[in-house]
Ligand binder design. Structure first.
Ligand code: FUL
Length: 484
């Protein structure tokens, strides 16, 4: 036996002797695990509304109004990359029905606009630019279509699926497919101008549509009020529940089967502990009051400080932050929005660029089988696939971080090892003061990312105490930061 073979054999032997904990409860898919690492990405609301100064186009807009003077997808994607947005989701079609790509399904599309003399394709330019700048790309395709003459008939559902098929086939790999739940009723509908109601539970035949999406884009997550991969958080303020469980069991408004646009959405911010499916929350919000660009809102762009607060309340509760930054009439981001994005990036870097725990030592009350593989040092190494865990029967285990010298901090960041499920129900943070431990926070749920803000303290010891857990904890990170 060579030395290498000997080492491999002994590693295997301890792995067999000291097996990892069994997974607990409802588990994420590979696709969801990948999505959990993104955390922060952008929305691009852009269509005829940008030029008509509206939020919801009626569907009778002349395609000729879509006339960006300087559409520059590279400029948008470059800024996105620079400020740390991991992806961009474009409104390929909003409720007004105008398609930003040369679809074969309707003439109400970009080829009838002056953009690139009718030869343009906004989706293509955006998808390609994202690829060039290493930003992921996704699409929003509104089910409600206020332009289409057959909206409300079975025929339109085929049209919708065909539009999705075009988007999912011709633009490379997508990371997310976005279906909103809005269905307002009235519209142009090919000229009849009337109100059309559909049954949200049955009309769209979502199961069939999603089966097609899976086949065409197996790696993309599908978003809607009910998943199947990620859920709407239940508000458009960018704020997750406290706590926000990754698991959720959506029901319809009447308590029966749910559908996009037909849920008890009030339950979405928190989700349900130990119930339903792994369906983590995406928190969508606009950097301005509206989703589309309006000249009158140029001075109402969120500040970097406000964005950081939203980040704590979305990403810091295990959700993602989907921040909408609408291109203006030129076809790129307004200077004020870019300044806010850059300011937010700077602020994030100043907080998260320095993790005080990295140079600390970690000791635990319990380590599974005393095995180094499960050592609390795994909490400090920045590696998402190593974790600290305990024996199955450990009660109220703790991890203590000791800093080289007292330092000020006010943010604690924890992460669970998600392949083993969401295990911790309640935890507390204690600080060492005058030879005694003092509790400074208690919270529910950890999941993919949990940030707890506390009043600034300057100490050299801080402790995580598991108060209640459904199974022994398995954590990959315990970080300490100082926010302004
Ligand atoms: C909603 C739409 O009605 C809004 O216009 C916007 O697109 C938002 C993100 O989703 O359902």
């Amino acid at each position: 036996m060579t030395r290498r073979q000997f080492l491999a054999a002994s590693v295997l032997a301890t792995h067999m002797k000291n097996p990892a904990p069994a997974p607990y409860g409802i588990l994420p898919s590979e696709r969801q695990l990948r999505w959990h690492t993104l955390e922060y990405y952008g929305f691009l609301h852009f269509t005829t509304n940008t030029f008509t100064d509206r939020e919801w186009g009626y569907g009778d807009e002349d395609p000729a109004v879509f006339a960006p003077t300087d559409f520059d997808a590279d400029r948008i994607a470059a800024v996105a990359h620079e400020v740390g947005l991991r992806g961009l989701i474009l409104t390929a079609k909003h409720h007004d029905g105008f398609c930003l790509w040369p679809t074969k399904t309707t003439t109400h599309n970009v080829t009838l606009s002056p953009f690139r003399d009718g030869k343009g394709d906004v989706v293509r330019e955006m998808a390609d630019a994202c690829r060039r700048h290493r930003v992921k790309f996704g699409v929003y395709l509104s089910p409600w279509d206020r332009n289409h003459p057959h909206y409300g008939e079975p025929k339109y559902v085929d049209v919708y699926r065909e539009q999705l098929r075009e988007l999912l086939t011709n633009y490379g790999e997508l990371f997310e497919i976005w279906h909103d739940g809005a269905n307002g009723g009235d519209g142009y509908y090919g000229g009849v101008r009337e109100k059309r109601q559909i049954d949200r539970r049955t009309y769209y035949g979502w199961e069939e549509t999603w089966a097609m999406a899976r086949e065409l884009q197996p790696n993309a997550v599908i978003f809607s009020d009910v998943g199947p991969d990620i859920r709407w958080v239940g508000n458009e303020n960018g704020i997750a529940g406290e706590p926000c469980w990754a698991t959720y069991d959506p029901v319809g408004e009447d308590g029966g089967p749910p559908a996009p646009g037909y849920t008890r959405w009030q339950e979405a911010p928190q989700g349900h502990r130990n119930r339903g499916r792994w369906l983590p929350a995406e928190c969508d919000v606009s950097i301005r009051p509206g989703w589309f660009w309006h000249e009158s809102e140029n001075d109402r762009v969120r500040t970097p400080e406000n964005l950081l607060d939203l980040y704590f309340r979305s990403v810091g509760r295990g959700g993602s932050l989907l921040l909408n930054i609408p291109p203006d009439r030129r076809g790129h981001w307004h200077e004020n929005d870019v300044a806010a994005l850059r300011g937010f990036k700077k602020l994030r870097d100043s907080v998260f660029g320095r993790d005080l725990a990295r140079t600390a030592t970690a000791t635990a009350s319990h380590v599974r089988a005393g095995d180094r593989r499960f050592d609390p040092r795994n909490l400090l190494n920045g590696k998402p696939d190593t974790y600290w865990t305990t024996d199955d029967d450990a009660s109220n285990p703790t991890v203590t971080l000791t800093l080289k010298k007292p330092a000020p901090f006010n943010v604690v960041r924890l992460r669970e090892y998600l392949p083993l499920g969401q295990r911790v129900d309640t935890f507390a943070i204690d600080i060492r003061e005058n030879d005694g431990w003092k509790e400074v926070a208690q919270a529910e749920g950890i999941g993919s990312c949990r940030m707890v803000r506390i009043p600034t303290v300057t100490v050299d010891q801080v402790r995580l105490r598991i108060v209640k857990a459904a199974a022994c904890p398995a954590l990959t990170e315990f970080g300490l930061f100082a926010a302004p």
